[in-house]
Structures are given as C-alpha cells and as structure tokens.
Write a protein that binds this ligand. Structure first.
Ligand SMILES: [Zn+2]
Length: 287
C-alpha cells in the first residue's frame, strides 16, 4: 500500500466532463480499524463504511472542497448507523453505531443523508431512500442528481481481507452543462467498462491518475490541483465538553456532583478523555 492517499482532478478541455478520482486505501483502512479493531464485524458493514468514506471525499472535492461534508447511512430496520465525516484539510473519520442492532447490516431500506456547510455557514442537506439493489455508489449518484442537480457517474470500491481494508478508491464523473449526447454515451460505456475498478484498487501500485486517463482517453484534458487525504480525527477536550453540555441539565448536575473522574471515549477514534467533575460545573452556567 502506498504511504499516503491522494485525490486528483482533471477536466476535458471542451468543458464536457470533470473527473475526480481517489486512492483512499489508508483513509478507509484507518476508519474501518477505528470502528472494528478486531476485524470481526461483517464485511457488508465494514465495506459500506469504507465506501461511504470514499464517496464523501469525492463529493466534498466536487461540491465543497473548502468545506466539511458528512454522510450518514441509517437502516432503521437493522438499527445500524454509519457516518463518514471529511474536512477540507483532508482529515476524514467515520463511525458505526450498532446499539441493539438486529441481524446483518443491509442497505435495503436504508436512508442516505448528506450534509455540507455552505459558504455562509448554513447547512445544506439532502436525503435519499435506498432500495434492495442499491449500493453506496448508486445512492451517491442519486443524491447528486436529486439534491444537488448534478448529473454524475460514481463508483467506489473497498477491498477487505479478514475485516481489514487492503485497498479502496473511486471516482466521480461530473457531466458539465455543455456536454453533448455523443460524448455522454461514450462516457457511459467507459463507466461501464470500469466495473473492474476493484482489480485496479487491489493493486499495490494503484494510482487514481490511471482512472482519469482511462475515462478521458483521447480527449484533450487539463490536470487540476491534487491533494492528500488521510484518516484522522479532530476531537479535543473542548469538543468532548461541548457534547456533554448538550445533555439535559439534570444529568450534567448529577455528574458534576459525583466525585469520580469521568472517562469519555471519542466515538470516532476512541481516544479517552478524563473529565474532572469541576470542569462540568463550568457547563452549569445559569439558564
Ligand atoms: Zn477522536
């Protein structure tokens, strides 16, 4: 596996397509490991988390490279929730919540929600309901069309061996407004041909540039900026304290009265924070 993850972008010179592609192997690996250190969770669950991380990265790079994007997959039937969270500095993290989960995770009937911050600080969000044949790739494509009015073709892949990610990557082809019918048919064919993305991503020397070159083959094109991405959590004492502050006042009062030091885990990276009761009293400012 290469030492760092990469996301690249390119555009066809005739303004027909923009392509964003990534090798996200280490990002998906770190995220999956943070939620399943023993690798014992099921492959469909861990694979969906890896795919969601890669997908959220691609959508952030397309829609809001300077802003944060979060993706949430929630299956109310099986009681699984997956979150992928990506920041403009390239740090990306994720979590699996499976309290009282019943049976195997599946995307059938799940909801995909994407949230991104707009430049004025407001939150833009969209929701898609997934059906039986859905994948994270098809759900993200549907989200882009219905919620962002962007026509795209998306494919993400996560390779797992014994619960450990050995490769991950994906691409997003954005159809720009000027694109003609002929080029769209050609691109649909190339997108279909890239069904072998799994094999590419599985190779140790895989680079996302290969994907772009394959998709834009024979078209005059320009490389745009590329950036590094990684698994990383940005939790802090402050973020842990502020999440405690959102508990009902009575509960905070009880915790603050207690003599014992609270040990609180970050849900994303499982870093442990020790909070002294005295620190909680600071949260109890008069209403
Ligand atoms: Zn953390």
């Amino acid at each position: 596996m290469p030492e760092s993850d990469l996301i690249v972008r390119a555009m066809a010179n005739d303004a027909s397509f923009r392509v964003i592609a990534t090798r996200s192997s280490l990002t998906a690996k770190g995220t999956v490991q943070s939620q399943s250190p023993d690798g014992k969770q099921s492959n469909p669950l861990l694979g969906a988390l890896g795919d969601l991380c890669t997908g959220v990265l691609l959508i952030r790079e397309t829609m809001a490279p300077q802003l944060r994007v979060q993706g949430i997959v929630k299956n109310k039937k099986t009681k699984h929730t997956l979150v992928a969270d990506s920041r403009p500095d390239g740090n990306t993290r994720g979590l699996i919540a499976a309290n009282n989960a019943t049976g195997e995770f599946s995307l059938d009937g799940a909801l995909l929600q994407l949230m991104r911050t707009l430049h004025d600080g407001r939150l833009h969000q969209g929701l898609i309901e997934l059906d039986g044949g859905a994948s994270i790739s098809s759900a993200l494509t549907a989200y882009m069309y219905t919620s962002e009015q962007i026509e795209s073709m998306i494919r993400v892949e996560t390779i797992l061996e014994d619960g450990v990610v050995t490769g991950a990557g994906g691409y997003l082809i954005q159809l720009l407004p000027e694109v003609g019918k002929g080029p769209v048919m050609l691109m649909e064919q190339r997108h279909a041909d890239l069904a072998h993305l799994r094999e590419l991503v599985d190779k140790p020397d895989f680079t996302p540039k290969t994907i772009v070159e394959e998709l834009l083959y024979g078209m005059p094109m320009t490389w745009l900026e590329e950036s590094k991405i990684r698994y990383g959590c940005w939790c802090s004492r402050e973020s842990v304290l502020s999440s405690l502050a959102s508990l009902p006042r009575k509960e905070v009062e009880e915790l603050a009265r207690d003599e014992e030091v609270l040990e609180i885990d970050c849900d994303y990276c499982h870093e442990e924070y020790q909070i002294r009761p005295i620190e909680l009293q600071g949260l109890l400012t008069p209403n």
